[in-house]
Design a protein around this ligand. Structure first.
Ligand code: PMP
Length: 363
């Protein structure tokens, strides 16, 4: 048989481990009625307007999608005040991270990452042969000064996760502006704002504002969280037109499928669903915090739809024990927090069920 020659940077990759799907858990453990709080999904379900729009386009599934994403990009550009040539659609925002690493990184290039943060940055940087440079969080927040200090002549890209997954911390506009001013102007900054819709308070300035003033910046957004469309796989990036032009060269021509384009377009107009989602997430967070306070369990308050709970014992074991109670959470051991679990806000009944299971598991 022919010997395969695989670059070391590919054979050494470890695949991303997603949160366990419900059906798989129920099959493995022989249980039913389990709940999943492990992947920061929207507990309300998909946006109803998105569902209706998807139903309307089912009849046309024999046609290829609009490879240019004309309508959806038009709507995004209108909503965010940018030109549609600055918008790139992705099969989830994950795919756009992959397009960025493929288009801009070469073996040996350095990519500065917060650690811990969303694991796909490192996986996709490595898959392009680049070298991830981890900058540990400081007090659970991105250490922007530390990130700046690690810039070398080999640095090609810096990832900012705002709010950060898994800590839920948010960078204020002031700090972000200072950071942008202090780094080389041509260095590419990727600001992943997958959870920005959930930030409370007036400090939630999107990096899109800096893009408008000419920065080489890519802002990533997703329909998987606040819009309830994780299974549809649709996200987008906003960036300078010349960056979009390069991504369009590495992009698969029909990467955003027709159902996803129709669903996302309708979801952007579904303000009722959006408001309901924010209300549910914020009241759910407050309820869970109050309840954990009463139980004497430490947690880390968050600006996203998820947060960390300090279980003060092996998080993998707690994850397993919670599974047996039919509650899927995420152990943070592979994020470097061996005694933390991460949960997202669920429906009120799911939040209750989580608290009961946790009380039982932690004794
Ligand atoms: N960025 C962050 C920070 C995330 O947590 C996630 C999903 N877990 C994504 C990006 C990817 O989202 P999607 O591909 O579903 O758009």
């Amino acid at each position: 048989m022919m010997k395969l020659t695989i670059p070391d940077y590919i054979s050494s990759l470890k695949p991303y481990k997603p949160g366990k799907p419900l059906e798989e858990l129920e099959r493995e453990y022989g249980i039913s009625d389990s709940i999943k709080l492990a992947s920061n999904e929207n507990p309300l379900g998909p946006s109803p307007r998105a569902l209706a729009a998807i139903r309307d386009v089912l009849e046309n599934l024999h046609r290829y999608p609009d490879g240019s994403g004309f309508k959806l990009k038009g709507k995004i550009s209108e909503k965010f005040g940018v030109d549609s040539r600055q918008v790139v659609l992705g099969n989830g925002s994950d795919e756009i991270i992959g397009m960025l690493t493929r288009a801009f990184l070469q073996p040996g290039d350095e990519v500065i990452l917060p650690a811990p943060s969303f694991l796909m940055y490192a996986i996709l940087a490595r898959s392009a042969g680049a070298v991830p440079v981890d900058v540990p969080l400081s007090a659970m927040s991105l250490d922007l000064d530390g990130m700046q200090d690690r810039i070398t002549s080999k640095t090609r890209m810096i990832f900012i996760c705002n709010p950060n997954n898994p800590t839920g911390t948010f960078i204020t506009d002031r700090d972000f502006r200072k950071f942008l001013e202090s780094i080389p102007q041509d260095l590419m900054v990727v600001a992943d704002e997958a959870y920005i819709e959930f930030v409370r308070g007036s400090e939630a300035v999107s990096s899109i504002e800096y893009l408008k003033s000419g920065r080489r910046l890519v802002t990533l957004r997703t329909f998987s969280k606040a819009y309830g469309l994780a299974g549809l796989r649709i996200g987008f990036g906003v960036m300078p037109p010349e960056v979009a032009d390069l991504l369009n060269r590495v992009r698969q021509p029909f990467n955003a499928n027709s159902l996803a384009q129709a669903g996302a377009l309708a979801a952007l107009d579904d303000t009722d669903f959006f408001k309901k989602t924010l209300k549910l997430v914020h009241s759910g967070l407050d309820f869970l915090y109050r309840s954990l306070d009463k139980m004497g369990i430490e947690y880390f308050p968050s600006q996203a739809n998820f947060f960390l709970v300090n279980v003060r014992r092996n998080a993998d074991a707690v994850f397993e024990a919670m599974l047996k109670e039919g509650v899927i959470v995420r152990s943070m051991s592979e994020y470097g927090f061996p005694e933390f679990i991460r949960i997202n806000v669920g429906l009120p009944a799911e939040n209750d069920r989580f608290l009961q299971a946790l009380a039982k598991v932690l004794g």
